[in-house]
Write a protein that binds this ligand. Sequence first.
Ligand code: FAD
Length: 392
Amino acid sequence: MLSKQPSSMKIAIIGGGIAGLTTAIALRQIGINVTIYEANQELRPAGAGIALAANAVKAFELLGLRDKILAHGNPFELFSILDKQGKIITESNHFAAKEKYKVIGSFSIHRADLQKTLLEAMEDIPLYLGHQFLTLTQNDEGVTLVFRNGHTATFDYVLAADGIHSAVRRQLVPNTKIRYAGYTCWRGVTDTAPVGLNPKQATETWASEGRFGIVPLQGGRVYWFACVNAPTGDEPRFRNFTKTDLLHHFGQLHAPVAEIIGLTPDKRILHNDIIDLKPLRQLAYGKVLLIGDAAHAMTPNMGQGACQGIEDAVVLQRLIRQYPTDLSEVFQKFEAIRLPRTTTIVDRSFTLGKIAQVSQPWLVALRNALFRLMPAGMNNRQLDFIMDMNAA
Ligand SMILES: Cc1cc2nc3c(=O)[nH]c(=O)nc-3n(C[C@H](O)[C@H](O)[C@H](O)COP(=O)(O)OP(=O)(O)OC[C@H]3O[C@@H](n4cnc5c(N)ncnc54)[C@H](O)[C@@H]3O)c2cc1C
């Protein structure tokens, strides 16, 4: 058994996404010697925008990163679900988060800005690009990693933050299940916002054609997403969908949906099927721990995928502070704390997606009517659940 103090421990993190970078910063703050290995040759400013909820704000606050990140963020006052005509189905304001938890309710940020801010906060943490993890072996001495480029290295512990298709997870638990959620998604970012768009309001429109999200970013830009039901993943007719196709498909939705699609440069429209990872039963494997999407990839319906990876970083930091010598034990405690919470969120997110993607007109009408009757207290319960991250 290893019984080192954090300052003499060497930990490798596989994957330089949001979870890997945030966790590296969190561990460095408590004196751990941490190294990141990333498969890509460069860390491209991936994706479009992202919305981060109050629990991520709290987590960044605990890591001392809140102000740096919010400097690029656009905090919201309102999140509204709308019908096809733009009428409110349900709405939540963010004053409760401010009053009860003293944090901003949620904010949007361009992924490139989030990545850049995290990279700056890493300071001297080594990040090896072009290092695609292949295999690992562990024994009493530590964990030895082998990379595709021939590099090998041994560490006391390893964190797998290599995303939903995690190669580390595939080696440790070969039969995990990636689930197609039943809908496919386009995302984009505009450079300008339509006149009259409220920059402090994020909206999601639920229509029989599909779902359209409008998320204003800082600097007058707008991040949007559009989800359409498709019986199987990688549907050929959606693979090559163009902006014109999207305009045709969503053109009947309320303003300014069509204008926002029209404002988006073609090359900025991303497409991918929505998938998640069937909840795992185990995250800790001796000296190796799964975190982020490698551990609990979820559909984006609750806007919690990245938030949960950020929480992982804070919870792991806190546990290592409390039990600084044997991290295999810490990893088991982490699993006991994190699995029930992330499993619940994966499941809720999957169900919410099914409800939001209903397409038969009579079911759409019924769903909208039921949501309109939803008591306001439900939003507060949801906030309490999201904020209960065992990280304070
Ligand atoms: C359409 C969509 C919208 C979303 N919206 C939101 C939202 O609004 N809010 C929210 O909180 N979440 C959202 N999410 C989820 C969020 O994007 C993810 O949960 C988050 O990015 C996962 O971060 P990660 O670091 O765990 O994994 P990833 O971002 O997948 O990073 C994994 C990293 O590991 C690297 N890697 C992979 N394999 C290897 C290997 N073998 N060796 C070395 N490196 C490797 C990859 O190159 C990558 O850099 C959304 C997701 C989607 C698909």
